[in-house]
Write a protein that binds this ligand. Structure first.
Ligand code: IPD
Ligand code: CA
Ligand code: CA
Length: 295
């Protein structure tokens, strides 16, 4: 085994261990204490477990890898670190599925990605409530609890189960979200909204779902998209992403699918945009990203 590959293996061991510790923490906090629930900008739920998990993960990374950069949803959500950069970047969602977590649903994950020059090399998504550890190393495969993962081989759209999600603030984008959903529902067997983007994507990797589409932040999908890719899924965008941001870390208009369904789904989702005037289309595809950059 080469030095580079040994190095990624040891980063994976470290990351899995960290995700397990964070998982134990959030399971314990939900079981043993009354959760303190607050709202960011009056709309987005955050609990004290999100903050505690973020702290545990970011402190451990800063201690083990003091020269690396960290993008973490709760402690450092500054998207300017998302660039083609020589300094390795860790991307962390300390609890993906916070609404599920706060409502005692099991679809909850800790998500940690390790990236270099805008490309994710090591990925871990851990659901501590179901004991499911999804992980991947670039070009070496993806696993669920050490079992290799392969995405589904469903070829017919009308047999496909597709997951999606919606942003916390739906006010301005609701008509567009509904248009996409309407078009998708017209063609597929059914749609799921399970509440954790990271797990939705891992479920595509595992074949429990055939595809997933949504607009999310880098921490929601960075780790899971490598897991899906390594399991044979196709990862892309249904609207062309900007060239100056690494595509693997650009979460707007994401489409992740088994390879056979990618093109037909891309066409359907893209056709929902074509009904829009050109300027409005462009604004819709970039607004969320710009909003995140400046907020
Ligand atoms: C959310 C979940 C959800 C997705 C939202 C995300 P959070 O992350 O991934 O499935 O639809 O867009 O913000 O807030 O639970 O970390
Ligand atoms: Ca998230
Ligand atoms: Ca989160």
């Amino acid at each position: 085994m080469s030095d580079a590959s040994n190095q990624l293996e040891s980063i994976l061991d470290f990351t899995r261990h960290l995700a397990e510790n964070a998982g134990d923490l959030i399971v314990g906090m939900r079981a043993h204490s009354r959760l303190n629930v607050q709202f960011k900008q009056d709309i987005e739920l955050v609990t004290d477990a999100d903050l505690a998990s973020d702290k545990l993960i970011t402190e451990a990374i800063a201690k083990a890898y003091p020269d690396h950069q960290i993008l973490a949803e709760e402690s450092n959500p500054d998207l300017s670190s998302v660039q083609y950069n020589d300094t390795p970047l860790w991307i962390i969602d300390p609890i993906d599925g916070t609404v599920n977590y706060a409502h005692h649903h099991p679809q909850v994950a800790v998500s940690i990605a390790y990236s270099v020059k805008g490309r994710v090399q090591v990925a871990v998504v851990y659901n501590p409530f179901q004991g499911e550890m999804f992980c991947a190393i670039r070009n070496q495969g993806a696993w669920l609890n050490d079992q290799p993962l392969t995405c589904s081989n469903t070829m017919q759209l009308d047999k496909a189960i597709i997951a999606t999600g919606f942003p916390y603030d739906k006010r301005k984008v609701l008509p567009q979200l509904m248009k996409r959903l309407h078009k998708i529902l017209n063609h597929v067997a059914d749609v799921r909204r399970l509440g954790s983007a990271a797990l939705d994507i891992c479920w595509v990797a595992q074949g429990r779902l055939d595809a997933y589409y949504e607009s999310v932040s880098p921490w929601d999908f960075a780790a899971a998209q490598l897991i899906a890719k390594e399991a044979g899924a196709k990862v892309g965008h249904f609207i062309q992403p900007p060239k100056d941001v690494p595509a693997e870390l650009f979460g707007e208009n994401l489409l992740i699918s088994n390879p056979d369904l990618f093109e037909p789904l891309h066409k359907i989702l893209n056709s929902a945009e074509l009904d829009q005037p050109i300027l409005k289309r462009w604004l819709l595809s970039t607004r969320l990203f710009i909003h995140k950059l400046i907020s």
